[in-house]
Design a protein around this ligand. Structure first.
Ligand code: ASP
Length: 343
């Protein structure tokens, strides 16, 4: 190669780096009432290290020039594979003592989305949501139909009993005892998230839904969410996590959101879409829009929880109105952080 050619090559490589958009990724492992005293330093370290592993798995894909959809699924599968979080192998139990999982993913360039609900035998629901997005003409599949699709796609199916950990069985027992001791007519809809399932556990209302939002160098924003739902939920109940616009939403040029909290409220407030719509229509920052929805709209409804998000400039947002939210991010400057409580 001659010197002029080398010069042109170097200039174009440099332009390539200048023109590539900032990358960033943020993950959550659920929001709710976390009992500070019962969260030992060892357990806190375990949570932080898993959150860091998750966000790093996603970030290394983005850094290598990979797509945000792969970063989001890589980050979420790390959390689904950990019994610490309420998703995949750590999912909470419904009132039948079984695990029923929901997940969704949305890609902000095509506005294509995939969602699955009521899964009982799929180890990594987020990967099935991605398969619905990539390989089906549909957006949402549920129950037996979703699992038949999983088998067709070559997913390994696991027995529902394999998800049933001792900790989740104990939480269910406590939640059912607490629910029995209150009059359901008095308590209305807030029977399971509000029920004290904590005992010696560090989580008052079992939480841990997981989610991730990422923006890649092409500016494509993807958001994904995966959950076991809520302890002692009625068999067949579906929360906000697989509902596009409630638990998950992404639109290039605007923002991506993954939510966690009391799903019944998050569905009614169309949380993820409402935040992105405010950014889009009101010329407001993502931070201000998320703050308004989480700390005003949801709070006024009496709903606890939070959201993570990324805007078109790769700014990261983490907002919650509960005592804590397991979370981690690598921001657009490449800075990694993990946190649990508000302070
Ligand atoms: N949003 C989830 C649901 O309602 C639960 C959670 O995030 O804690 O299913």
């Amino acid at each position: 190669m001659r010197w002029p050619q080398i010069f042109i090559l170097l200039v174009s490589l440099n332009l390539g780096t200048v023109m590539a958009a900032d990358i960033a990724i943020v993950v959550h492992g659920g929001a709710g009432t976390i009992n500070r005293e019962a969260l030992t330093p060892e357990l806190e370290a375990e949570y932080r290290s898993k959150l860091e592993a998750s966000v790093s798995a996603g970030y290394s894909i983005l850094k290598a020039g990979g797509a945000s959809i792969d970063a989001v699924t890589a980050a979420i599968t790390v959390l689904e594979d950990s019994p610490l979080f309420n998703a995949g192998v750590g999912s909470v139990l419904n009132n039948d003592g079984r695990v029923e999982m929901d997940a969704s993913i949305m890609e902000g360039k095509s506005l294509n989305a995939g969602a699955v609900a009521g899964l009982q035998h799929v180890r990594n629901p987020i990967l099935l949501a991605q398969a619905v997005l990539d390989k089906s003409p549909h957006v949402m599949l549920m129950g037996e139909g979703a699992e038949a699709f999983a088998r067709e796609q070559g997913f390994d199916m696991v027995g529902n009993h394999e998800f049933r950990t001792k900790r989740r069985q104990e939480q269910l027992r406590r939640a059912q005892a607490a629910a029995d001791s209150v009059s359901l007519s008095e308590e209305g809809a807030d029977t399971f998230r509000g029920a004290d399932a904590s005992g010696a556990d560090h989580e008052k209302s079992p939480l841990g839904t997981v989610g991730a939002v990422a923006i890649d160098a092409s500016g494509t924003i993807v958001a994904g969410t995966s959950t076991g739902g809520m302890t002692n939920k009625r068999f067949g109940r579906i929360g906000d996590s697989p509902i596009i616009g409630a638990g998950t939403y992404a639109k290039n040029g605007v923002c991506g959101i993954s939510a966690t909290g009391h799903g019944e409220f998050f569905i009614r407030a169309a949380v993820a879409h409402d935040i992105c719509a405010r950014v889009s229509y009101q010329d407001t920052s993502l931070d201000a829009a998320a703050d308004e929805v989480v700390n005003k709209v949801l709070r006024e409804m009496g709903a606890d929880g939070g959201v993570i998000g990324i805007d078109a400039d790769a700014n990261v947002v983490m907002q919650f109105n509960s005592s804590g939210m397991y979370r981690a991010a690598v921001d657009r400057h490449g800075k990694l952080s993990t946190a649990i409580f508000a302070d």
